[in-house]
Design a protein around this ligand. Structure first.
Ligand SMILES: N[C@@H](CCSC[C@H]1O[C@@H](n2cnc3c(=O)[nH]cnc32)[C@H](O)[C@@H]1O)C(=O)O
Ligand SMILES: [Zn+2]
Length: 427
């Protein structure tokens, strides 16, 4: 048969021995992976390239690319309260659209095919995801600063769900996004959980990011953030918990018992000095752990390969065991576990029936030689500059390093203009 797209003579990480494979793609789905010849209406030459499932960025605030390099070298609460939130108060939909496209362009260029986001003006991020072709799991960041504001935001999240969940051939899905235990009261969380439950939606929330958050929560409610969310019934629906840096054994057991999925953001946690999440321990307990960049003003890029590498390295140093989180496990966290973490069932593996979200790395550079182990090369040696081709849902979004759906020159110009207006209105 003739596939829509055929990728010929490409190498895979399994087996990583240099066998040449052919991949056939029908519509949005992988129809064939094997060594038999395949024909395609479009043919991509895979020689000297490694095909891997696209990275899943399991936690970000993509439009925060707008604030990249704006406020660095600060602690989380100081950074949020004194720098980020005042500027966010002047955001508008147009800035969020162009900021989202900038972040999406950066993600596609660095091999990310799906991202889970929590922010506001989310209609605009949804449009940016739709226009660019990337896969997205969106949530409206919910804070209950006042009952009226809290209710209005919940309504926005509900509308986002109704308009965008399952849109674009299922490429866009929607969750509810209560921000954190320190910005949402238990009563407000109850209304959010009830609404999510009513619609069958899942929840994406920052949890146990800093020691201070946990200490405050214990003081105020007599429970850790994880135990409090369990008590509120949040975990009876699917939950994506971002960070989980400060989770003790009891917290981890709660996460495992309820199938809560974690988004580990190693670089953001290091930069804000939040700490190092006990990833090896959580994985051992069977918890699904995906990887995320967090926003580009606490990272400061959206390059998932850096997170994959860092997750492997940090786990080793943290546990004093170089065998902790081997390359293959880091690769899994960046791909199929991330997909599972953000609630996707048929994404994250290069297998028949999975979504055709595929990245081709060009191995024609010194760091890819010699080729004893391709997983090791990718996780420990490769550069994101080696990303050559990116497919999402069977569409080619990057070819030979060039974005096919995003005009980067226009995007950076628009971002510059939006920021000029935002900072001018601040004066
Ligand atoms: N309060 C906003 C919506 C919040 S969206 C999500 C929020 O998470 C913030 N954020 C980004 N990174 C982090 C983090 O690491 N921890 C906690 N919050 C973060 C981000 O700046 C943004 O304000 C409104 O006016 O409706
Ligand atoms: Zn975050």
């Amino acid at each position: 048969m003739v596939y829509d797209i055929a990728i010929k003579d490409v190498e895979l990480t399994e087996p990583g021995d240099g066998t040449l494979f052919n991949i056939g793609i029908n519509g949005s789905t992988i129809g064939y992976v094997g060594t038999d010849p395949v024909e395609g209406k479009t043919v991509l030459d895979g020689r000297d390239h490694l095909a891997v499932p696209g990275w899943v960025n399991a936690h970000t605030h993509v439009a925060m690319t707008l604030f990249r390099s704006y406020a660095d070298d600060m602690a989380l609460m100081d950074w949020l309260q004194n720098r980020i939130w005042p500027l966010e108060a002047r955001l508008d939909g147009r800035a969020v659209y162009w900021g989202s496209l900038l972040g999406i362009g950066e993600m596609i260029r660095t091999g990310t095919t799906c991202f889970a986001d929590m922010y506001f003006f989310m209609e605009e991020t949804a449009k940016a995801a739709a226009d660019s072709g990337i896969r997205a799991v969106l949530s409206r960041g919910l804070t209950g600063s006042s009952p009226e504001d809290g209710a209005a935001r919940l309504e926005e999240n509900t509308q986002l769900y109704k308009t965008w969940n399952g849109a674009q051939n299922g490429r866009i899905t929607v969750m509810f996004g209560p921000h954190a235990p320190y910005t949402c009261s238990p009563d407000y969380l109850k209304t959010v959980i009830a609404r999510a439950r009513e619609l069958g939606a899942e929840i994406h929330m920052h949890l146990a990011e800093t020691a201070g958050e946990v200490a405050d929560c214990l003081k105020q409610y007599g429970k850790s953030p994880i135990a409090l969310m369990e008590e509120l019934g949040m975990f009876e629906g699917g939950t994506l918990a971002a960070h989980c840096v400060h989770v003790d054994e009891a917290d981890q057991d709660i996460l495992a018992r309820h199938g809560v999925r974690v988004a580990h953001n190693p670089q953001s946690n290091l930069k804000l000095a939040s700490g190092i999440a006990p990833v090896a321990s959580m994985l051992k307990k069977g918890i699904t752990v995906g990887l995320g960049t967090d926003g580009a003003s606490s990272n400061n890029n959206l390059d998932m390969l850096e997170e994959v590498r860092l997750a492997a390295m940090l786990a080793k140093t943290q546990s004093g065991d170089p065998k902790a989180v081997p390359a293959s496990q880091a690769l899994a966290m960046g791909t199929w576990m991330g997909a599972k973490a953000v609630g996707l069932k048929d994404t994250g593996k290069l297998e028949v029936g999975q979504k055709a979200d595929i990245v081709l790395y060009n191995m024609d550079s010194p760091a890819w030689y010699p080729r004893h182990d391709r997983t090791s090369l990718l996780v420990y040696a490769a550069s994101s500059a080696d990303v050559d081709t990116v497919l999402v849902d069977g569409n080619i979004l990057l070819r030979k390093g060039e974005l096919t759906t995003i005009d980067l020159e226009k995007v950076t110009a628009e971002v510059g203009q939006c920021l000029k207006e935002m900072t001018a209105s601040a004066e």
